[in-house]
Design a protein around this ligand. Structure first.
Ligand SMILES: NC(=O)c1ccc[n+]([C@@H]2O[C@H](COP(=O)([O-])OP(=O)(O)OC[C@H]3O[C@@H](n4cnc5c(N)ncnc54)[C@H](OP(=O)(O)O)[C@@H]3O)[C@@H](O)[C@H]2O)c1
Length: 303
């Protein structure tokens, strides 16, 4: 049995679907089992044990994810992104369960010019990135049995994200200015969810020990290196071809300076996938292929 924390968020909802498809049993919890409160977590797992439910792993998809709001909401962001994972790691260690935790490209400062590997120095610049980095450290202090999966530029069917925002703006305004000097890799939440399910599956008692990944940090995004503007252009083309928008929008590239935000953004956040690619039994998809798959899903959801 898997304990999926934050199962109603963008990634959590996608992961529920993948776990169901892969016939992996799980119990999902959300704010009612508040990760910022150790006693609530402890009571939850004790009650589950009383019902003979033993978890093979904990997957934490819960987080404070509003990057700009975090700049003026530091305390809550710290509680959810640092105290929360720390509490989960304590529970995981006490009950001898592996903890899979999701982190972010925002732990880096974005000054690199080659893809970030897992061992490269972190140097977050805003409140969100700082708390996510501290969350990683807090986990590492509490347990050795951790799997920290850093990802970036996540989008999917559920919740707010860049693709949905673009589709809305294309429909409502028919034009958009999009940043052309920040580079990274879009990641379809379903692709990440499948990678997480692979980790979770390896911890099931039925799985052979040779399949178990080693504890540590892993990077997972789709494959590619593009700007937000490139991404918007691809969304525009594909959404028009699939009939999601009646006509193509007019897109204009702009610089980060022209589009100031409360929180700084890394200008380069491509993550190296070499480490995780060696253990995944399938090839990591290209960002464009995944975007087309996502838009097909989006079209089915609308119709
Ligand atoms: N989105 C991205 O582009 C991106 C990029 C890189 C990494 N990540 C990481 O990927 C992970 C998943 O992100 P996401 O976009 O799926 O996030 P999301 O949609 O914001 O979902 C987070 C979930 O956590 C829940 N939550 C918040 N506080 C909680 C608490 N105290 N106890 C229990 N649950 C709580 C939220 O509930 P409420 O909605 O009720 O608050 C929400 O359902 C996060 O770790 C994030 O840092 C995301």
């Amino acid at each position: 049995m898997i304990w999926l924390v934050g199962y109603k968020g963008m990634l959590g909802t996608e992961l529920c679907n993948v776990l169901k498809n892969e016939k992996l049993e799980f119990i999902g919890t959300e704010i009612e089992v508040d990760i910022t409160d150790y006693n609530i977590l402890n009571d939850f797992i004790t009650a589950q044990k009383g019902k003979n439910v033993n978890f093979s792993c904990i997957i934490n998809c819960a987080a404070y994810t509003n990057v700009d709001k975090a700049e003026s909401d530091k305390d809550l962001c710290y509680k959810i992104n640092v105290t929360g994972p720390e509490n989960l790691a304590k529970i995981a260690a006490k009950n001898n369960i592996p903890l899979i935790h999701i982190s972010t490209d925002y732990v880096f400062d974005g000054k690199a010019s080659v893809p970030y590997t897992e061992d490269m120095e972190i140097n977050p610049t805003g409140v969100y990135g700082t708390t996510k980095a501290l969350g990683e450290k807090a986990i590492q202090k509490q347990t050795d049995n951790y799997f920290i999966i850093r990802t970036a530029w996540l989008y999917g069917i559920y919740g707010r994200n860049f693709v949905k925002t673009m589709l809305r703006i294309f429909k409502e305004k028919g034009a958009a200015k999009v940043i052309n000097d920040q580079f990274g890799t879009p990641t379809y939440a379903n692709d990440l969810a499948r990678a997480l399910a692979f980790f979770a599956h390896s911890f099931e008692s039925s799985s052979s020990s040779s399949e178990k990944p080693k504890q540590g940090i892993y990077h997972f995004t789709d494959i590619g290196n593009i700007s937000w503007y490139d991404f918007a252009c691809a969304i525009n083309e594909a959404a028009f071809e699939q009939g999601l928008i009646a006509q193509k929008a007019i897109l204009t590239p702009c610089s980060t300076e022209e589009y100031p935000t409360p929180a700084p953004r890394p200008s380069y956040s491509v993550l190296s996938k070499e480490k995780i690619a060696k253990i995944l039994p399938w090839s990591i998809p290209d960002w464009h292929e995944s975007l087309l798959n996502y838009l097909k899903e989006e079209k089915t959801a609308i119709n």
